[in-house]
Write a protein that binds this ligand. Structure first.
Ligand code: MG
Length: 309
């Protein structure tokens, strides 16, 4: 099959949006940004053998390559709209492509996106996705707005993806729910939109809570205290490892793609009423350090309890 036949067969299945004037098939796509909206743009590359195992299921590769980008849009509170895809393939393996597209388009359809263009080339397997979403003018949720006294929240549970990855690397059996966290993370798009006008700062957790929270602290020129007892851990992780190990995975493991955000303490009740899938894990302080506590005392576990940055 030629490049054009492959595109026709696999990539024209995208939903069509009314704000796309011209989609796949010309030199460029033409799109229309709604009035009073700004465009949030993000891009990520996944390379075989670096970001995923060489024998990874094509469905999961397709799903995750888009999920990680949608997670970045969620972290800014943006509503996803369009996506472009650059796919480098060692060969035109139609079985692989079909499965890749099944994973990729599952999220495209769920979030009402349109694939508006891309590139298909031959070479070592690598996937680059660019996602674009809308934000009301001037309202983006950035890393820079955290204020002293803010509470710190995270969505979902933490550490499951890192635990699954550790098990795969060490060839230890691991249950399906932990694997799902690693291979098919849930982009927190709805949550991002819900907190857009309420939160002060946000980030998505791709490199581990501690590392990503530090980006907020640096950009906002503040510090934080985290209570490790409050870290949201799944039952599966609780059951599989020691408490210290679970805290370490939740703090330093990557690939969770949950949101971490700060908001005024006065909003705690509002969040509760909104029944958001979030947990309060600590608060923003004026000391420019990230301090870990356990029940009010400095935490002396496996992870450093006191980190300057
Ligand atoms: Mg990010």
């Amino acid at each position: 099959m030629t490049e054009f036949e492959l595109i026709e067969k696999f990539f024209q299945q995208t939903p069509k949006r009314s704000d796309v004037v011209l989609g796949i098939g010309d030199d460029c796509a033409i799109v229309e940004i709604p009035e009073l909206q700004q465009l949030a743009v993000t891009m990520d590359t996944l390379v075989s053998g670096v970001h995923f195992f060489e024998n990874a299921a094509a469905f999961d590769v397709g799903y995750k390559s888009l999920a990680v980008n949608l997670s970045d849009l969620a972290a800014m509170g943006a509503r996803p709209a369009w996506v472009t895809l650059a796919l480098t393939l060692p060969e035109a393996n139609e079985i692989w492509l079909k499965e890749f597209c099944r994973g990729f388009f599952e999220l495209v359809k769920r979030f009402n996106l349109q694939l508006i263009g891309g590139d298909l080339t031959r070479g070592p397997l690598s996937i680059t996705v660019q996602a674009q979403g809308f934000l009301p003018v001037g309202k983006a949720l950035t890393r820079g707005g955290a204020k002293v006294g803010d509470l710190i929240f995270v969505s979902g549970t933490l550490g499951d993806a890192a635990f699954a990855l550790k098990c795969l690397r060490e060839k230890i059996p691991v249950d399906e729910s932990a694997l799902a966290h690693l291979h098919r993370p849930e982009p927190r798009i709805e949550l991002g939109e819900e907190i857009l006008t309420l939160a002060h700062a946000a980030i998505d957790i791709s490199d581990g809570l501690a590392a990503d929270l530090k980006h907020i602290l640096e950009k906002s020129s503040v510090g934080a205290v985290i209570d490790v007892e409050k870290l949201p851990l799944s039952d599966a992780l609780h059951a599989a490892v020691s408490e210290d190990e679970a805290f370490a995975l939740a703090l330093n493991g990557g690939d969770d793609y949950e949101l971490c955000f700060t908001a005024p303490a006065s909003l705690a009740d509002t969040f509760c009423e909104m029944q958001l899938p979030i947990t309060c894990i600590g608060k923003i302080t004026s000391q420019k350090t990230l301090e870990l506590q356990q029940n009010g005392k400095i935490y002396h576990g496996k992870t450093a309890g006191y980190q300057h940055f």
